[in-house]
Design a protein. Structure first.
Length: 100
């Protein structure tokens, strides 16, 4: 779902993107082809942001297959972080529900 929202945002704003939108796309896009397009159009910014999002280095190296795999791994990592975040909250909600 998030991937589709990011794609829609990109396609709605790609003709006249602001610097802020370009930075956002480089930090958040999850579609390899779109990330490559933005990174190749803005190589200096992409290079600077690679410290925060290392998979951007794969774009510069032309490693599209590795980029696709890195994006999958990034998504899995985010999902796991999200799961860990909600775990104690779910437990607390369950405790409250049972206390009724």
């Amino acid at each position: 779902m998030l991937r589709r929202l990011l794609e829609a945002h990109f396609f709605q704003n790609r003709t006249k993107p602001t610097a802020e939108k370009i930075r956002f796309w480089l930090r958040e896009l999850r579609t390899p082809e779109l990330l490559i397009e933005v990174a190749q159009a803005h190589p200096r910014l992409s290079s600077r942001l690679a410290a925060a999002r290392p998979l951007l280095a794969l774009v510069a190296a032309g490693q599209e297959a590795a980029l696709a795999q890195a994006l999958k791994e990034e998504e899995q990592h985010e999902r796991e972080r999200d799961r860990q975040y909600w775990l104690p909250l779910r437990s607390e909600l369950e405790t409250l529900r049972r206390a009724r």
